[in-house]
Design a protein around this ligand. Structure first.
Ligand code: 6PG
Length: 250
């Protein structure tokens, strides 16, 4: 599924697709090809999953006839870029969404699914637990180097659970942190920018007209206004957007 248009804004490589479906199919192809490339050289492929609604189509496409028998499921470690601080069977849970969309269907190695714990008395405790689990999964005591981080973008320019005006944006040491999001009146646990910016590859999915103005500001403005502008990667940031979201790009 080729993009209908591409843009390059500094490190940001933007591929525009003519529909949300074309976007999610192309993103699934890119993830699958990345996974196959990595497992040719390494034992495992590590993938940090995004929450929200946009990735659901990507996850479903990965268990479609096109990829179900080709994706290296047993060698893939499934991490979560962020999580809502709710039980894993809660309607808002990113873990539940990912399990239902594809992880319950695909022949994964159950031991390679790493849900964010959300049972602690205080979210900070579970953030610490997840940081330990993440580093153990990635066999490191330092910031993990995740092969591919999949992200979305909110219409306020947040990504993962890195929301405007929250302290977690300044986190420079921890790989994972808990954050209370006033506008949502809820706790989240999220990978921090040090972790996201330490990944080998990062991709951002953006779909819909509602995000078009913020997306244009994020990509075109030199002003640092939105959290997602703190995303950087030496291999570039790969944006998969649909025409509606790209309507203000030039
Ligand atoms: C979450 C995600 C969040 C999401 C954006 C976009 O837990 O909700 O991590 O960062 O990617 O809010 O969400 P949509 O894809 O639903 O627009």
């Amino acid at each position: 599924m080729a993009p209908i248009k591409t843009y390059q804004y500094g490190e940001n490589a933007v591929s525009v697709f003519d529909s949300g479906k074309a976007l999610t199919d192309a993103a699934a192809d890119w993830i699958a090809q990345s996974a196959l490339d990595v497992v040719r050289q390494e034992t495992n492929f590590s993938l940090a999953l995004s929450g929200g609604s946009t990735p659901v189509g990507v996850y479903k496409q990965l268990v479609s006839e096109k990829w179900l028998s080709r994706f290296p499921w047993a060698q893939t470690k499934f991490l979560f870029g962020d999580e809502r601080y709710v039980p894993h069977n809660h309607a808002q849970s990113n873990f539940r969404m990912a399990m239902e969309a594809f992880l319950e269907i695909a022949p994964v190695n159950q031991e390679y699914i790493y849900p964010v714990p959300t049972h602690c008395e205080h979210p900070d405790d579970c953030a610490e637990i997840y940081e330990r689990q993440l580093k153990e999964a990635m066999a490191t005591d330092e910031l993990p180097v995740i092969d591919l981080v999949l992200l979305g973008m909110g219409d306020d320019g947040h990504t993962a659970s890195l929301f405007p005006g929250t302290d977690i944006l300044q986190e420079s040491e921890s790989a994972v942190a808990a954050v209370y999001v006033d506008k949502l009146d809820s706790w989240r646990i999220s990978m921090t920018f040090p972790t996201l910016n330490h990944a080998r590859q990062v991709m951002v999915l953006v779909s819909g007209e509602a995000k078009s103005e913020v997306l244009a500001e994020v990509l075109l403005s030199q002003q640092q206004k939105y959290p997602i502008q703190l995303l950087h990667n030496p291999n570039g940031v790969n944006w998969f957007v649909d025409q509606a979201a790209a309507s203000h790009l030039k």
